[in-house]
Design a protein around this ligand. Structure first.
Ligand SMILES: [Zn+2]
Length: 420
């Protein structure tokens, strides 16, 4: 009987590491990308709430605090935030922030009630036209799209925007809204408005009120936990994922960032739990970075203020966008580290974890970048497969397909175990 139950539990552990744990993953994503974390930005302490949650999960898993007795590494940086509700009203209709329009993240305070000129695409193409109507005096709604993407149109638009000196520009767009974050304030309020939300009346009366809050020194934290390896060496494998996202754009538009990157943090927490029960060969350092979305600020700070010598990092794995994976995984820096990439591909081929392991070159598109530049060997993984919600209000927990989360976990685990 005892023999039998041991056999059953062995079978269970080796083939079903994830059977109960995908629920746990979803619980973590629901939390991190839920309403109480305000999109893990810098309004209502969204970032600090997420950091505290991650630190407590590290502690629960048995990870050691990596910064003396603390799981945190504090840093500060400037950030432009939107704590106040935005108002954009066109001919009496209040437009919905995040759904109908976004404001550029570097938008300064701006308030206006009055007429706005409409510039059609054909007029935009005709410099003598917009010179003649004097855009030095007037605000504009720009019809900048063509039925198909055209480079000429793009160049025309850029030229217009460069010459246009007014503090307000409203740009119509046919493509989905994609927001971002900024560490500075510019001098123009640039609103991108969905073409489908805009009514082409001959007279355009706008009411606009945007009250951002620029914080010159916002204090946030990287979160770090570690597991001592069995080799007794001072060498590390570092596993990183950014936990910040874009926060809120006024009270009614939250950018939850479920895929970007609550999913990656959830993956990190699963690996942390796994390795605290199955000790790794090298020491394992887990870092959840802040400030990624506004310019890789948390990782830049860490690389300049490392808690352990960077030269002791055997390999670094950075992950983002773990919500799908139906089309495999992309490996940034794959072509830089051929030996490790072949090792990874062989593991995947042998176990048939993911349909594809694709390699690309260097890219400054996430936190691995500063480590790479400092001479640390690093891969940046993001899962591929259809998921249209990038940097918008639809990137919510219930949208994630989790097509290959478990297999990606197994691939990372086997890859970590294969590094000597
Ligand atoms: Zn991201």
């Amino acid at each position: 009987m005892l023999k039998y139950s041991l056999l059953v539990s062995f079978f269970y552990i080796s083939f079903n590491i994830f059977s109960q744990d995908l629920n746990n993953v979803k619980r973590n994503v629901d939390q991190l990308a839920g309403p109480s974390f305000y999109g893990r930005g810098y309004v209502n302490k969204g970032d600090a709430k997420a950091a505290k949650y991650i630190a407590s999960e590290f502690k629960k898993a048995g990870l050691l605090p990596a910064n003396n007795a603390s799981y945190y590494q504090k840093l500060s940086f400037p950030v432009n935030t939107f704590p106040n509700e935005l108002l954009v009203k066109c001919n009496g209709v209040v437009l919905k922030p995040g759904v109908d329009y976004i404001v550029e993240p570097n938008c300064p305070a701006f308030s206006y009630k009055g007429m706005v000129s409409f510039v059609s695409f054909n007029q935009l193409n005709n410099e003598s036209y917009y010179d003649s109507i004097g855009f030095k005096q007037s605000y504009a709604v720009l019809d900048t799209f063509t039925p198909k993407y055209s480079q000429t149109a793009e160049i025309t638009k850029r030229k217009f925007l460069k010459n246009y000196k007014q503090p307000l520009i409203i740009e119509l767009s046919n493509t989905k809204l994609t927001w971002s974050a900024s560490y500075k304030q510019g001098n123009r309020c640039h609103i991108t408005l969905l073409n489908s939300a805009f009514k082409r009346d001959t007279v355009l009366y706008f009411e606009i009120n945007i009250k951002p809050k620029f914080i010159p020194k916002y204090t946030s934290s990287n979160v770090l936990g570690m597991i001592k390896g069995t080799s007794n060496k001072d060498t590390f494998i570092v596993f990183t994922a950014h936990y910040d996202h874009l926060g809120i754009m006024g009270k009614s538009a939250t950018f939850n960032g479920a895929n970007d990157n609550a999913s990656g943090v959830a993956m990190m927490l699963e690996l942390a739990k796994y390795y605290s029960q199955n000790k790794p060969y090298y020491n394992l350092l887990f870092i959840a970075f802040t400030g990624e979305e506004i310019g890789l600020i948390g990782s830049d700070y860490y690389v300049r203020n490392p808690l352990f010598p960077l030269a002791k990092i055997k390999f670094l794995i950075n992950i983002d966008l773990m919500g799908n994976g139906s089309e495999g995984v992309m490996v940034v820096n794959g072509s830089l580290h051929g030996k490790e990439f072949n090792q990874l591909s062989a593991i995947n081929a042998k176990n048939k974890y993911l349909p594809q392991v694709k390699s690309r070159g260097k890219a400054a598109n996430s936190d691995h970048y500063w480590f790479s530049e400092a001479g640390v060997k690093a891969f940046f993984f993001y899962l591929m497969g259809p998921y249209p919600y990038y940097h918008d209000v639809n990137d919510r927990p219930e949208m994630l397909p989790y097509a290959n989360f478990e297999n990606a976990f197994l691939l990372f685990r086997d890859f970590i175990d294969s590094i000597r």
